[in-house]
Design a protein around this ligand. Structure first.
Ligand code: G
Ligand code: G
Ligand code: MN
Ligand code: NA
Length: 252
């Protein structure tokens, strides 16, 4: 069967699940929340999002899948927060095609209402590509801010957002793409790029998350240079439901 047909069937049968990767505060190593990462459960295989998100976007399935992800992630986050009595945020990836849908905002408000998750604990991750329809994006970002949801620019540095655009956008955080992290501190160019992004975020008053941190030397470098949050195999892999419960139980 073609990927598209199989994906349609999967949407009908809700054959998806989320893994959660810990987000860690660099100053003291505290757990501050999780990024939700989508997987497609296809028989006994777990298909990663890179393989099917582009297809979902092309064939109009991304809204339904994205809506499920948001609902599921907020519900889960609410469950951790009630259970452990500690404010843990959840970061959810949102595709551009979801973001510019006319009812996107209403969908966010509905999900917050039904899950009863505090808006301040939801962070949406969008890519630089949303900045192409700049006027729409600005309006949506302002509305999200008024709802109290925060927004991070994911994979930062790989797209082409200009400084001029960035300075006017009501976003809260930049996430440095993994490709810039993996060769620091050995590779001088990547080290320079990471420093520059951290400085940029700092001077614009934005938070900064490093993704794909695998080695202690990377963490040390990032921390020394003022990066506030990290995520990567050094701390934990994305966790399935069972591993997540074990992780939380052990952490608290
Ligand atoms: O978990 P993994 O490393 O395989 O994720 C690969 C990419 O897929 C990441 O860039 C991530 O941003 C994206 N991704 C993960 N989950 C979702 C999701 O729920 N929605 C969208 N649109 N992208 C996702
Ligand atoms: O949203 P984004 O595209 O950035 O998704 C993060 C992706 O990076 C996820 O697919 C996750 O599985 C992956 N990832 C998370 N931490 C690490 C890491 O330390 N090393 C590598 N190679 N991949 C990671
Ligand atoms: Mn992400
Ligand atoms: Na990323």
């Amino acid at each position: 069967l073609r990927l598209e047909q199989r994906l349609r069937q999967a949407v009908k049968e809700r054959r998806f699940l989320l893994h959660y990767q810990p987000l860690v505060r660099m100053t003291d190593g505290a757990l501050i929340g999780f990024e939700a990462l989508l997987r497609w459960q296809d028989g006994d295989r777990l298909i990663p999002p890179d393989t099917f998100i582009p297809v979902a976007e092309e064939c109009g399935l991304i809204q339904e899948i994205g809506g499920w992800v948001l609902q599921q992630a907020c519900q889960e986050a609410r469950r951790w927060n009630v259970r452990y009595g500690h404010p843990l945020k959840v970061a959810v990836n949102v595709s551009v095609m979801q973001f510019v849908e006319p009812d996107f905002l209403q969908g966010i408000e509905d999900v917050l209402a039904t899950s009863r998750l505090a808006a301040s604990l939801l962070e949406l991750e969008i890519t630089e590509s949303v900045l192409q329809s700049l006027e729409d994006s600005k309006r949506i970002l302002k509305a999200l801010k008024s709802v109290g949801v925060s927004v991070a620019i994911d994979d930062f540095g790989t797209g082409f957002s200009s400084m001029a655009v960035l300075k006017d956008l009501p976003v809260d955080r930049l996430k440095i793409d993994r490709s810039f992290i993996c060769n620091i501190p050995e590779l001088a160019q990547d080290t320079a790029v990471c420093k520059a992004i951290i400085m940029l975020a700092g001077s614009l008053g934005l938070g900064i998350t490093a993704e794909g941190v695998e080695k202690a030397e990377q963490a040390d470098f990032l921390k020394e240079n003022g990066c506030d949050t990290a995520q990567g195999y050094l701390y934990a892999r994305p966790l399935d439901a069972r591993a997540l419960d074990a992780y939380l139980a052990q952490y608290f």
